[in-house]
Write a protein that binds this ligand. Structure first.
Ligand SMILES: [Zn+2]
Ligand SMILES: [Zn+2]
Length: 60
């Protein structure tokens, strides 16, 4: 039986792994749409800035 490693996406703002029970949101970068921006519920509540790793776009 193969063991599957589950890799959680990481929050773009704080880099914590995003587990399925988190009320996280994801959306494509509004500037380049090349990457998916992830935000965990903590960063949503604190309205932290994210930086797109592809184009450097910063957004709330
Ligand atoms: Zn976060
Ligand atoms: Zn971008």
């Amino acid at each position: 039986m193969a063991v599957k490693t589950v890799v959680f996406p990481r929050c773009t703002s704080c880099n914590r792994p995003i587990t399925p029970d988190m009320r996280a949101v994801r959306f494509p970068c509004p500037n380049c749409a090349k990457v998916t921006i992830w935000r965990c519920e903590v960063c949503r509540e604190l309205v932290r800035l994210y930086t797109c790793p592809a184009c450097g776009f910063e957004g709330p």
